[in-house]
Design a protein around this ligand. Structure first.
Ligand code: GLC
Length: 470
């Protein structure tokens, strides 16, 4: 059977093998859906600024703007060995960070997988597992070869929205990403960890509760004092920045100096849950309905690594159902939710071969689709580009929104970015840059984008060190 597209392409393909208008017709429709114009980007950046102001005024707003209780900035003199426990993506990490007091940092880490059952089961099981991993790390991997005692003070990077009331106190607002554990309502996150550690007799003291963006900001700020914003573009997305305490109107703690700064964990993943400005398509809606948190994290679901592959899968399935791709046939593998991983998108975007052989390998070998044509592979590549480009452009709008809110465009600033999407997705940063130039013109050059690898763990250790001295 010959598909509508193949027939159309057979008629329209030029002698050079380059598809012409048949291909573009299909693509044009998708392009319209996924395009974020410069005007739209401006609306989004302005919308975010407005939500930031609301979040600073009152608790319970869509963009939560959570005070982190991290005030001031480290000066590089911090010293000692600290543990950091990092929960929030696909892995749990136990890190041991050595701050040498001259601005230098070194780190060892061990990763542990968190099963699907732990991500969605009773919260006590998750915390018991974390306590066991800390215990394992301390007994097996700590700096025993240097005959030093294992580090016992810990900063806890918990990368979910938490309503903090102190540096080491806070309750979960709601789960995000793939997590959905029961039994956490109203419970203090640090207490949950302390209880688990004491159940397992692990002699480790929890000093600080830190969002990954806050850790990233602090560790990057340690290296570059011009850093204004710490960003995660990984499984999820979020940003944290320095805000003047007098601007955080909802803070009632009067002992704080209004002229000091405090790091705000924005929780921008929830931006526009009302869907006023974001260009949500039917492919996004399909994902949202099937997610563990429907109608939540709207911005995150358009931007972050956990979701981009699934959006692309939805587009591919739609074209299959319209008999435009693969003669109308999917495969059992492609029919599975999440089977089109965001990592495949990176490979496909990188595929510069004339026959798109890498793309072919993913479609035919990994996803068991029957033989694909070059035109079909080109369409898949285009879909991936559209989804990936939209994500980068939306991220850029958020960067611009925050820098404008802080009046930092003219004077310039740095943004420290961590996360697999930013580190590994081909062309992501160039697309972010291009969109920033559309919004800010030449002034976009005043904003430096820097990679902040492993920032969340290091930052948590620095914050634990500051807390230890306080
Ligand atoms: C999600 C979490 C947020 C975290 C981000 C990146 O958006 O809610 O707390 O910072 O993912 O990991």
């Amino acid at each position: 059977m010959t598909s509508w597209l193949t027939r159309k392409l057979q008629n329209l393909t030029t002698g050079s093998g380059e598809p012409s208008s048949g291909y573009s017709e299909v693509i044009n429709d998708l392009q319209r859906e996924f395009n974020v114009s410069s005007e739209k980007l401006r609306e989004i950046a302005d919308g975010l600024k407005c939500e930031m102001r609301k979040g600073l005024e009152q608790t319970g707003q869509t963009v939560a703007m959570v005070p982190s209780y991290v005030t001031g900035r480290p000066d590089g003199k911090e010293q000692g060995r600290y543990l950091a426990l990092d929960l929030g993506g696909t892995n749990l990490r136990v890190c041991e960070v050595h701050l040498s007091g001259d601005g230098k940092v070194s780190m060892k880490q061990q990763k542990y997988t968190i099963s699907q059952e732990l991500q969605t089961g009773p919260v006590r099981d998750l915390f018991d597992y974390m306590a066991t991993c800390i215990d394992k790390y301390v007994t097996e991997h700590s700096s025993m070869e240097t005959r030093e005692l294992p580090a016992t003070k810990l900063g806890f990077t918990f990368s979910f929205p938490v309503l903090q009331t102190a540096l080491d106190r806070g309750t979960l607002i709601h789960w995000t990403k793939g997590f959905n554990c029961s039994g956490v309502e109203g419970k203090d996150i640090v207490e949950l960890l302390r209880d688990a550690l004491s159940r397992k007799n692990v002699p480790v003291e929890v000093l600080a509760l830190v969002n990954d963006t806050v850790g990233t900001l602090i560790s990057q700020g340690y290296k570059d004092p011009n850093t204004l914003l710490g960003v995660i573009l990984g499984t999820g997305t979020n940003g944290a920045y320095f805000e003047k305490i007098s601007n955080i109107k909802k803070l009632t703690n009067t002992s704080l100096n209004p002229d000091d700064t405090m790091v705000i964990n924005m929780e921008w993943g929830a931006f526009d849950n009302e869907r006023r400005v974001l260009p949500v398509t039917m492919f996004d809606n399909k994902l949202d309905r099937k997610s563990v948190n429907p109608r939540k994290q709207t911005f995150e679901k358009l931007v972050s690594g956990m979701y981009l592959g699934e959006i692309s899968r939805n587009v591919i399935l739609h074209l299959i159902d319209r008999n435009i791709l693969f003669d109308g046939y999917s495969s059992a593998d492609l029919n599975k939710m999440w089977s089109f991983e965001t990592g495949y998108m990176s490979i496909i975007e990188n595929d510069k071969s004339a026959d798109l052989t890498e793309t072919q390998h993913i479609l035919e070998n990994t996803l068991s689709l029957p033989k694909t044509s070059l035109e079909e592979r080109r369409i898949v590549k285009k879909i991936v580009e559209l989804v990936g480009t939209r994500a980068a452009r939306l991220a850029a709008a958020a960067f611009v929104g925050v820098t404008e809110h802080c009046n930092s465009v003219e004077k310039g600033c740095s943004i420290g970015i961590d996360g697999s999407l930013y580190h590994h997705y081909p062309g992501f940063r160039e697309r972010v840059r291009a969109a920033m130039r559309e919004l800010l013109g030449e002034k976009a050059e005043n904003i430096k984008l820097t990679e902040a690898s492993d920032g969340s763990g290091i930052g948590a250790a620095i914050i634990a060190c500051l807390a230890n001295k306080a």
